[in-house]
Design a protein around this ligand. Structure first.
Ligand SMILES: *Cc1c(COP(=O)(O)O)cnc(C)c1O
Length: 779
């Protein structure tokens, strides 16, 4: 098999391009290597398995670059590396291949990690989503401002997918009919344990070109239908944690939900005919956030219209089949559709939403919840809006949060009333990440070290990392661990030099905050703390300070003015510090451009400090925090999301937790006055004033002034300093200096990092998937 792989690569190059390895371009080699790996799956992929199949419905799959992880999981990494070295080629040459960025951030990346884990633990877990022509935009900076360009990820082709023409289905909208054509990508479990499928739907016109119109010289009309059809799967909405609320977005959601259901129904009929009562024994459907929730009324519609089910029977089947994962507590992200929009797009589905609402009202009455005020928090349809999260809780058997703390907030606040009537439906499934990508591939040096010490069983059983603890007093081991961190820091510095043209000193502490730009994630608070250190050093207030580079990465949604202002502000700080000889030997700021999965694979292993500083109660889980922990960084963070569990696992003494907790914020929120803090604390005032006192130039955009006013004046939609930056400012700066001081004792600090790696076992997505399999999907 392995030998076949090498000869297959050579044969494919000959066959397709008439070239030898030496003559082939990177792209040609990429094709040949990918196709040769695909050939090795012949036996395993598409194997007809009789067990229950789990379908993961998600509008986003942020898979990143597939070639290396697929080679690893196929067991072909070694023959590949051999082949490359035999021809004097660098195995990293495929780093020029763009990521498939079919997702915004954590939610999409979670879906990708879940697929990897599902195939590795050996369950049938198939992904269903949209094959966006353009993924998340690419980001670059111009004079410190974010600019966007289209992500044409199929530029290099898409050798990992197979078009299944014969399995296309029709999707009906009010004024439009299109085909959904599936493209299948193999999802390869480690050691090819199981090969599952990621099925992404592409929208296409029913007839590709209208020749009649063309012949009548109506050129525009001839292509119009084609363009309108293709528009449906043309672009990923660049919003993370906020609702896009656009007509095209609802079309996208229905498009992939209906296509996926029709597909499952077709398969089911082939095996079982028209007796759908056994459907939930064959399929479980997990809804990743509210984006695919329209699948529930569509499921009921299909059963009633095509299989002649009564509503009661169809509803019962839906409840057993579907489960829903909530990803955010922020109101603006809990999707609501206006009835008029919904009916303008998919009137045939609206009818079934109304039936669900009626059934709900009837049930509430039997439970003695009769008056309008008490019914309000349950209403699926209310005041012209359809509430998708409520629909999901009502018409599924399972609602879960993604970290312990988050699930508690769901039970006690967001879905409080629902929890009272359906306590058995709510449960927690703390997120995870796959150690195959985030350790074995991203940090081969650390992976090798770990396997030397405790063997390589951690590849499929991350709890094994705990065995590392017996080396915690072993100075040689900790020094080796430190050396590896140094190597990863050097590699990252080289990459940043190449990518951004910026030189960083690898002797500095690497303090990293990488994630989507959002007010709740508080990149601005981090920026403020850096300014406070800057002034502290200049004034002599801070005497001891270990040189630190503060690295940022992340994209702002193109229409998110404030988030873009924060990027510009951080880039301005970087400039100020660089040009100040009084401090530029002791601190540096870098905002790397176009943060994506591949960049994350370089950044996480190089971090000493992981910044996870969201306002308590706002970050559902976070998964970036887990990648850092696994790779041996300490967390500088708030008591929020999965940070709580990270500290629980790795110990408070090995992490740096600061700031207001949920209950603190709850207690003071009504009387919170950011102005008072601002006026009273000269350090805070000095830093915040840099937004308006001419220290920085925002190119007359008004961005900095707007940030200033958001903190002190608020806006119609938010109170001043809605995310409590000024409240946490001083505790944060203090904790940051504490980490800084701790770093000077290299051995002690590196032992803290080591203890984080040793206790990261819980955060494997293998564990998460096994929990879902047992408790939700019953497989
Ligand atoms: C892991 C990951 C995220 C999620 O990061 P958080 O810090 O949890 O928000 C976002 N984007 C990319 C590219 C990632 O790899």
């Amino acid at each position: 098999m392995e030998n076949h792989f090498k000869t297959n690569v050579i044969d494919l190059l000959k066959l397709d391009y008439g070239k030898s390895i030496k003559e082939a371009t990177t792209m040609e080699l990429y094709y040949a290597v990918s196709k040769a790996a695909m050939l090795s799956l012949e036996k395993e992929w598409g194997l007809n398995r009789s067990n229950k199949k789990v379908c993961y419905f998600s509008a986003e799959f942020l898979v990143g670059r597939l070639i290396y992880s697929n080679l690893l999981n196929c067991g072909l990494f070694h023959p590949f590396a051999e082949l490359m070295s035999e021809h004097n080629l660098d195995i990293r040459l495929f780093e020029d291949i763009d990521d498939a960025a079919l997702g915004n951030g954590g939610l999409g990346r979670l879906a990708a990690c879940f697929l990897d884990s599902g195939a590795t633990v050996g369950i049938t877990l198939n992904g269903y989503g949209i094959r966006y022509k353009y993924g998340l935009f690419k980001q670059y900076f111009e004079d410190g401002f974010q600019k966007e360009t289209a992500d044409d990820w199929q530029n290099f082709g898409d050798p990992w997918s197979v078009r299944r023409e014969e399995e296309k289905v029709k999707i009906v909208f009010k004024n439009q009919m299109v085909y959904a054509v599936p493209y299948d990508t193999p999802v390869i479990g480690y050691s090819k344990n199981t090969v599952n499928t990621l099925r992404l739907w592409q929208a296409e016109p029913l007839e590709s070109f209208n020749f009649e119109l063309f012949n009548e010289q109506k050129y525009d009309k001839a292509v119009k239908k084609k363009n309108e059809a293709e528009a449906i799967s043309s672009i990923l909405y660049p919003n993370d944690s906020t609702d896009a609320g656009k007509k095209l977005r609802l079309k996208q959601q229905y498009f992939f939900a209906s296509a996926s259901l029709q597909d499952l129904f077709n398969r089911y009929r082939k095996n079982f005919g028209h007796d759908f009562s056994g459907f939930p024994n064959e399929y479980a459907i997990q809804l990743n956030d509210t984006h695919p929730v329209v699948a529930i009324p569509e499921f009921i519609r299909l059963l009633m219209e095509e299989e002649h089910f009564t509503f009661a029977k169809a509803f019962r089947l839906a409840k057993v089949t579907f489960a829903y994962t909530n990803h955010t507590v922020m109101a603006e992200a809990l999707e609501k559709w206006s009835i008029s929009l919904f009916r303008a797009v998919i009137p045939q589905v609206y009818k079934y939403v109304v039936m669900l609402q009626k059934a709900l009202l009837k049930e509430l009455k039997t439970r003695g919840i009769a008056d309008a005020e008490k019914q309000a928090p349950f209403m699926i349809i209310d005041k012209g809006l359809i509430y998708m999260a409520r629909l999901a809780v009502y018409a599924s058997h399972s609602t879960n949060g993604v970290a312990k703390l988050h699930t508690e907030i769901l039970k006690q606040e967001v879905f409080k009333e629902w929890f009272e009537i359906y306590p058995e439906r709510f449960h927690n499934k703390t997120n995870g990440i796959t150690q195959r990508r985030w350790l074995a591939l991203a940090n081969m040096e650390l992976a090798g070290f770990i396997s030397d010490k405790i063997g390589n069983a951690w590849m499929t059983d991350l709890d094994k990392l705990k065995e590392l603890e017996r080396f915690q007093e072993d100075k040689t081991a900790i020094k080796q661990f430190d050396e590896i961190k140094k190597i990863k820091k050097t590699q990252l510095a080289d990459y940043i030099l190449k990518q951004e043209g910026i030189q960083i000193n690898t002797d500095f502490i690497f303090d990293i905050q990488i994630k989507r730009l959002h007010e709740y994630k508080r990149q601005l608070l981090n920026a403020f703390s850096i300014m406070d250190i800057y002034f502290g050093l200049k004034e002599g207030r801070i005497k001891e300070f270990y040189p630190t580079v503060f690295i940022f990465g992340g994209k702002a949604a193109p229409g998110y003015f404030r988030a873009k202002g924060v990027i510009k502000y951080i880039n301005e700080i970087a400039k100020l510090i660089d040009s100040d000889p009084q401090v530029n030997q002791r601190m540096k700021v870098v905002f790397v451009s176009n943060y994506n999965v591949s960049y994350a694979e370089k950044l996480t292993p190089a971090a000493d400090v992981s910044e996870q500083i969201s306002t308590a109660g706002t970050e559902a889980s976070g998964t970036g925090n887990m990648k850092f922990m696994l790779n041996g960084a300490v967390t500088l963070g708030t008591f929020d999301g999965a940070n709580v569990e990270i500290v629980e696992q790795a110990g408070g003494e090995n992490n740096y937790i600061f700031g207001a907790r949920i209950e603190d914020i709850e207690a003071l929120k009504d009387s919170y006055d950011s102005n008072k803090i601002y006026k009273k604390n000269t350090r805070i005032k000095k830093v915040v004033d840099t937004l308006i006192d001419g220290t920085f130039d925002d190119g007359k955009t008004g961005m900095f002034k707007e940030l200033y006013e958001a903190l002190l004046k608020g806006a119609s939609w938010h109170s001043p300093d809605h995310y409590y930056l000024l409240l946490d400012f001083i505790p944060y700066c203090e904790e940051k200096l504490k980490v800084n001081k701790a770093y000077s004792d290299t051995l002690a600090f590196r032992r803290q990092c080591f203890m984080n790696t040793a206790n990261a076992g819980k955060f494997s997505s293998d564990r998460t998937i096994k929990d879902y399999a047992r408790e939700v999907w019953k497989v």
